[in-house]
Structures are given as structure tokens and as C-alpha cells.
Design a protein around this ligand. Structure first.
Ligand code: FES
Length: 85
């Protein structure tokens, strides 16, 4: 769930959403074919000073960059495969 509030928008939320869309092959509001991921947006996560932000499962990721998006999905894939860090 990517924040599209004003602070996050100004700090690059649209580029973060585009990066996630490219990575997952879905558009905002859609779910992946395997039902593993959904991509949604929200008005404000309440941590504007740390923009851009997203909530992934129960955790807030802040100061996101496109590099972070790749890192987060790599970590999630590794975790879902049951591998240690
Ligand atoms: S605008 Fe994104 S956390 Fe407030």
C-alpha cells in the first residue's frame, strides 16, 4: 500500500508505484495472478516526514527509492522460500 499523500507524492510516490507496477506486472488496484501481491494506494500513512512511504504487510517502509523496491521484493521472495539471510 503506497502512500499518495502530498508529501509522498512530492517526494516520488508516483515513481515508486510505477516501479512496483513494472516489477509485479500489475497496475494499481490489481492483484497478481498468483494472488501473492496486491498494489493499493492510501491518502496518508501518518509519517509524512519520512516520505515517500509504503506499508508492506504490517510494516511501514520509509524514504523509499526504486532501489529499495527491488531490495524489498528480493527479501520477500527469499523469506517466502524459507531461506535465511
Ligand atoms: S503523505 Fe505519505 S505519509 Fe503522509
Amino acid at each position: 500500500m503506497v502512500c499518495k499523500g502530498t508529501a509522498c507524492h512530492v517526494k516520488g510516490a508516483p515513481q515508486i508505484i510505477e516501479g512496483i507496477e513494472r516489477h509485479l506486472g500489475i497496475k494499481e488496484g490489481e492483484v497478481t495472478f498468483d494472488l501473492e501481491y496486491s498494489l493499493e494506494s492510501v491518502g496518508c500513512l501518518g509519517c509524512c516526514a519520512l516520505a515517500p512511504c509504503a506499508m508492506i504487510n504490517e510494516e511501514v517502509e520509509s524514504n523509499l527509492t526504486l532501489r529499495d523496491v527491488k531490495r524489498i521484493f528480493s527479501r520477500m521472495k527469499r523469506d517466502s522460500n524459507g531461506e535465511d539471510c
